[in-house]
Structures are given as structure tokens and as C-alpha cells.
Design a protein around this ligand. Structure first.
Ligand code: HEM
Length: 507
């Protein structure tokens, strides 16, 4: 009996390998790195920093190539033009998301709508509540949070820098979504549970981390065997419970009369064509997608400032000239183009989501003589040598140099074609990050506040030696690449800083 089962299994594997070989030979997909029969390139795919591997391959295989895992093709887009051609100009067939069997998006049929990962439309819903004009309603809250961040750093220097950044990121998204007061410097943090659930989802969303998503033919088995679904079911139930709890407890406006996202959705459910369940998932998705990324940009910012003191000085000179002894505000933005140049340079230099989010071709399509079949996973390789590191567009791409975005008078230059306003870090097409205006506003005010308030220095050890974090000392947090935690010493740049901050907060 055992022998028969083993022989059958061997036969299935041989047939699958033959089918896979024929498929690869006859496919008109772009060529890429050679792999093994059936397994494809799976053994070459690292469990962390997939972006670095795909970046290396892009140097060898050019602007578009294919790698394979268990018979599934993954097409990688490695140039500014190719990404814009495929994801912007062909967005009618490149805006779907690959299935996520592992984390319930498929097994719970229509119930999982975590938008970054689910295939639920074309992004119009977000346009109502999160476009550039409507996110302006949150700027008084973001300004207050930036002052609160600086105050926290001043009052609690022993709390790790990283945790201060984390609190700020969570607080602005949480308040815009659910309302309520700022998350306190020393806790408790009402967003903790959702953050933990997000990390579990992120880990499962990488192509190399989910066997069932790499082998879709296992779907019926997963659907029907409770034990195999357990991880996904547990996750789904916990998210629903927490999501509904937060949604029901949300308050209509923040302290500045800006309607919270939950309230905006609640009063417009009919107009937006949504159910409460949809709205609950949508608000969760905003929090899930926005928290880790916003936290990461603050860490990258500090890393960039510490490793590039001349940039820090240039920004501070502009801030001092415009604001003097009072903290910056959004009203100063036009006169602070250097801060906007820092934002663009940070997202270019260390894009926090280096491979964006996976997409899937919803129909066969032709591109440059290749045929990309329906169901192919598409990877937007933002990090690579042809996109944010394209030397012909961004000279000396490894250097952190915000002045590349400024003209001789210090004003922002127009952006080169297809670079999405030099903000490639937010992705492409219909699924481009809907939180980008909110995120850029948050970056602007927090960077301006921190640079105005503090001198950034490395800590020193007992022997007086600086404890430095190098620019390449990154950690992979599933989809997000972030600097490892590092120490920062912040020296106040103004006398009576605390009073200035409290005055700005009207405390
Ligand atoms: C600097 C911070 C951020 C970065 C670098 C970032 C980056 C990205 C990227 C690369 C994508 C994938 C886009 C694509 O598929 O082409 C994305 C999607 C998304 N982002 Fe962001 N994001 C940031 C902040 C935020 C914030 C603050 C929010 C919410 C308030 C947010 C909500 C979302 C959502 C909901 C999606 C999924 C959109 C969809 O699939 O239709 N993001 N983001």
C-alpha cells in the first residue's frame, strides 16, 4: 500500500515537472534566471530581503524578467518606464491582487477585505475620504502630534527613539481613523492588537512565505480541512473582533472638528455603496497599511540625518530663516522646499516598501513582444537599479542628496516623466498608495519639527566612541525594509524648548 502511494506520488511529481517544463518552454514570458524543474527558482529566493535578490537579478536580466516558483510565474518590473507602462498605462488589466489563500482572503470567500492584499475594486472608495483635499482636514491634528512627538523626546530621553517614532505613527493614523486623544508617551497603546495582527498578515503576504499561495491547486484541500485553515481562520476571527470593537467605539471628530474616517464612512455608506462590514475592513486596512510604513519613514529619516550632517544643517538653516524661534507649521510649507526635497529623497533612497505590493494580471496582455498570461504575479521592483536607483534619472543614486530635487534657487524642480512626482515609493497605477498625501503631510510636519527642535547626534559608548548605525543596516519586516533600531542623542536647539512646544500645543 505504502509502495503504491509512493509510486503514485512520484508519478504526480514527474507529470507536474513535465507539464512545468513544457509551460516554461512554450511561454512567451520575459526570460529570467534559470531554475530547477518544478521548483523553479524557489531555492534561490531568500526568506528575507527579497528586494535585494530581485535587484541583483535586475542588473543581469534587465528591465523585465520572470522567475518561477512551483510552476507559478512572477514577472518583475525593473525600470521606471516599464513599471509605468505595465502598472499605470495597462492598469485595466494589472490592478488585481494575487489570491491570499493562507490568510483567509480566499477561504473566507468575500469576507476578507484588507485592501492592500485583497482584490476589491479599483481604489475609488479611498478617493472619497483620503484624497489630497480631504486629508488636509487632519493637518491641525498632525501639527499637534508633531509637537507632542518633540515634547516626548525631550521629556523621556530614556525611552528608545524607535518607540517614540512608533507611537507618533500609530497615533496620527489611529486618531484620523477612530478619533480620540493622542496615544500617551508612556502607553497604553490602543493600536497594539491591530499592529500585531498586521505583522502576521504582512509575513504571510510574501510569495516565499506561503506554500498554499504558491500552489493554488491546494486550495480545495485548504478550504475543506479545518486544521489546515486554522491559522487563517484564527487570524480572521481576531481581526473581525478587534476591527468591529474599534469601529463601534470610534468618535465622530478629532479635537479640531475633522471628521474621522469611520464617521465619514458611516454617514456616507449609501453614497459610497458600502456595507458597515466593508467600511470596518476599509478603516482597518488604512491603519494596517499606514502604521508600519509611517513608522519606518521616521527611522529612515533619522538614519539619513545622522549619516549626512550637512543635509541636516542645510535643512536647519532654512527652518531657522523661516521660523526663527517658533516651531514650524503647515503654513510655512511653501517656504520650506528643502523639507519636501528630503521627503522625496528619503522615499527614493530607502523606499520603505521596496517591492510595493504584489499585483496580478487579470487578463492576458502583450508587452514588448511578450505575452503575460492572466494570473501572473507582477512585482513592482521600486528599489532596483532601473527605478529609484536609476543613475540616468537620479545621479549617484546611493548618495542621500535632497538637493537633486532643487534648482539653483532652492525651489523644487519639475519631476522627470513616469516618476509619479518623484514619489515612486508609493507604487503605481490604480492601486497606488491612497494614504500618500496623508503620509507626506505627516512626514513634512514631523521632519520640520524634529529638525527645528533638535540636533541629531550618535550616542557614545564608555570609551567615548560613537555608536553608529550604517546606512545599510536594514531589517526586513515582511514587506517593509526598515533600519535596525539605533540610538539617537537629541540636543535641544532652542532655549525654553519645552515652553515653545507647549505653546504650540496650546497646553
Ligand atoms: C510613507 C509612508 C507610506 C509608504 C511608503 C506607502 C507605500 C505604499 C505602497 C508602495 C503601496 C502599494 C501601492 C501599489 O500597489 O502600487 C501602498 C498601498 C497602500 N497604502 Fe500606503 N504607504 C505609506 C503610508 C500609508 C498610509 C499613511 C496609509 C493610510 C492612512 C496607507 C494606506 C495604504 C493602503 C490602504 C494601500 C493599499 C491600496 C490598494 O491596494 O488599493 N499607506 N502603500
Amino acid at each position: 500500500m505504502l509502495l503504491l502511494a509512493a509510486s503514485l506520488l512520484a508519478l504526480v511529481v514527474v507529470l507536474a515537472a513535465v507539464r512545468d517544463g513544457i509551460r516554461k518552454r512554450t511561454s512567451r514570458l520575459p526570460p529570467g534566471p534559470p531554475g530547477l524543474p518544478l521548483l523553479g527558482n524557489i531555492l534561490q529566493i531568500p526568506s528575507q530581503f527579497l528586494a535585494y535578490k530581485l535587484h541583483d537579478w535586475s542588473k543581469q536580466y534587465g528591465p523585465i524578467y520572470t522567475f518561477w516558483m512551483m510552476g507559478q510565474p512572477f514577472v518583475v518590473l525593473n525600470s521606471i518606464k516599464v513599471a509605468a507602462d505595465v502598472l499605470d498605462r495597462k492598469s485595466d488589466v494589472t490592478s488585481d491582487k494575487p489570491p491570499m489563500i493562507k490568510m483567509a482572503c480566499e477561504t473566507e470567500v468575500d469576507s476578507c477585505q484588507v485592501r492592500p492584499f485583497a482584490d476589491v475594486g479599483d481604489g475609488r472608495l479611498y478617493a472619497y475620504g483620503f484624497n489630497i483635499r480631504s486629508t488636509m482636514r487632519f493637518t491641525p491634528m498632525q501639527e499637534n502630534e508633531a509637537a507632542h512627538l518633540a515634547l516626548g523626546l525631550l521629556r523621556h530621553p530614556d525611552k528608545p527613539f524607535n518607540e517614540h517614532m512608533h507611537r507618533f505613527a500609530a497615533s496620527i493614523i489611529f486618531r484620523s481613523t477612530y478619533g480620540g486623544d493622542t496615544i500617551a508617551h508612556m502607553g497604553p497603546d490602543p493600536s497594539k492588537k491591530i499592529e500585531d495582527l498586521t505583522l502576521r498578515l504582512m509575513a504571510a503576504s510574501l510569495p516565499q512565505n506561503s506554500v498554499v499561495d504558491t500552489l493554488p491547486f491546494l486550495k480545495p484541500l485548504i478550504e475543506n480541512v479545518k486544521w489546515l485553515r486554522k491559522q487563517a481562520d484564527d487570524w480572521y476571527n481576531e481581526v473581525c473582533e478587534e476591527g468591529n470593537r474599534l469601529y463601534d467605539a470610534a468618535i465622530p471628530a478629532d479635537h479640531w472638528d475633522a471628521t474621522t474616517t469611520v464617521h465619514d464612512l458611516n454617514i456616507n455608506l449609501e453614497k459610497y455603496g458600502m456595507t458597515k462590514h466593508d467600511a470596518m475592513w476599509m478603516t482597518l486596512a488604512l491603519f494596517m497599511a499606514g502604521q508600519e510604513t509611517s513608522h519606518t519613514v521616521l527611522r529612515i529619516f533619522a538614519l539619513a540625518m545622522l549619516n549626512n550632517p550637512a543635509v541636516m544643517r542645510a535643512a536647519q538653516e532654512q527652518l531657522d530663516a523661516v521660523c526663527g524661534r517658533r516651531p514650524p507649521t503647515f503654513a510655512d510649507r511653501e517656504r520650506l522646499p528643502y523639507i519636501d526635497a528630503i521627503i522625496k529623497e528619503m522615499l527614493r533612497w530607502r523606499p520603505p516598501v521596496p517591492l510595493s505590493l504584489l499585483r496580478m494580471a487579470s487578463e492576458d496582455f502583450e508587452y514588448q513582444g511578450y505575452t503575460i498570461p492572466k494570473g501572473t504575479t507582477l512585482i513592482d521592483n521600486i528599489w532596483c537599479v532601473g527605478q529609484t536607483r536609476d543613475a540616468s534619472v537620479y545621479h549617484n543614486p546611493d548618495a542621500f542628496d535632497p538637493s537633486r530635487f532643487l534648482d539653483a534657487s532652492g525651489n523644487l524642480l519639475p519631476s522627470p516623466p513616469d516618476t509619479r512626482s518623484d514619489l515612486l515609493g508609493f507604487g503605481h497605477g490604480r492601486r497606488v498608495c491612497p494614504g500618500k498625501d496623508f503620509a507626506v503631510n505627516g512626514m513634512f510636519i514631523s521632519f520640520a519639527y524634529l529638525l527645528w527642535a533638535f540636533q541629531f547626534e550618535w550616542p557614545v559608548d564608555e570609551s567615548g566612541k560613537q555608536v553608529i548605525c550604517g546606512v545599510d543596516e536594514m531589517e526586513s519586516h515582511a514587506l517593509v525594509a526598515t533600519p535596525r533600531p539605533f540610538g539617537v542623542v537629541l540636543k535641544s536647539r532652542h532655549e525654553s524648548l519645552e515652553e515653545h512646544l507647549r505653546a504650540a500645543m496650546k497646553e
